[in-house]
Design a protein around this ligand. Structure first.
Ligand code: 5GP
Ligand code: 5GP
Length: 223
């Protein structure tokens, strides 16, 4: 099945901050090791690699073929570490069922990434490679933005640190004043690009539209 939507324009890599996410889900994560005790990751982990259109919309669920964990068996150890599910419930898949976080991301977004991404294995491998190359945790730590339950950091400083490292402006999302996600955009050859053309000219606008306050926290995980 070749999908029924036009080819996407660019990629968006979204990474999530476990310290923020796990504050919400700790209570219901009895069966989810990722938000418990010493298992909690101390770095941004992958939410997804998303194909997008330049007009701000995106394709979703582009194929009838479902997720098959066997296809990524050689990547599972790495994915468990860098692309864990920090949520409690099972997300929906494209065809009415329930599945893993990986199944959700592959079916909703991955299937729309062709022809750049060739198949399920290639989708997960590509996302890991881009995530390792554009190390948001390392960039923020090097700039002094380290996990803390007392400090608040200027959003503009966080954005600048990423701009200085990657030469593009990230999108930043928050939850209750805490940094939850960083989104980086890429051309189809995985060179960094601006997420929106306007953000070059209206950078301050993109900060205003963000769900973040002027000073954000980067909470350390507390068990
Ligand atoms: P939220 O409303 O939490 O930002 O996003 C909910 C879901 O919509 C995301 O998990 C993702 O699947 C989809 N989504 C949100 N923003 C974007 C985007 O910019 N590009 C793509 N491809 N999907 C997005
Ligand atoms: P999206 O927002 O990408 O469309 O959907 C994410 C879906 O996966 C939601 O249904 C959410 O409950 C589920 N999910 C499972 N684990 C995670 C996780 O670690 N982070 C996020 N953002 N969603 C997760």
């Amino acid at each position: 099945d070749g999908g029924n939507q036009r080819e996407f324009d660019y990629f968006k890599l979204t990474v999530q901050w476990p310290g923020t996410f796990c504050r919400r889900t700790r209570h219901c994560c009895a069966s989810n090791a990722c938000c418990r005790g010493s298992n909690a990751p101390a770095e941004f982990t992958i939410h997804g690699l998303w194909p997008d259109y330049n007009d701000g919309t995106w394709p979703a669920c582009c194929s009838r073929s479902g997720f098959d964990e066997k296809e990524i068996s050689t990547l599972v150890d790495t994915l468990e570490k860098y692309w864990p599910s920090l949520s409690c419930g099972s997300p929906s898949t494209c065809h009415g069922g329930k599945g893993s976080f990986w199944a959700h991301e592959w079916e909703k977004h991955g299937t729309c990434s062709s022809p750049v991404v060739r198949d399920e294995y290639n989708y997960f491998l590509t996302a890991l490679n881009v995530y390792f190359k554009y190390n948001v945790t390392g960039v923020l730590n090097d700039a002094g933005y380290v996990p803390s339950n007392t400090e608040k950091y200027p959003l503009g400083g966080i954005v600048s640190a990423i701009q200085n490292a990657f030469h593009v402006t990230p999108e930043i999302a928050c939850s209750n004043g805490a940094l939850q996600e960083v989104r980086l955009c890429f051309y189809k050859d995985f060179q960094p690009r601006e997420c929106k053309v306007e953000s070059i000219l209206l950078q301050d606008m993109s900060l205003l539209k963000s769900s973040c306050p002027k000073y954000v926290s980067l909470p350390a995980y507390v068990s």
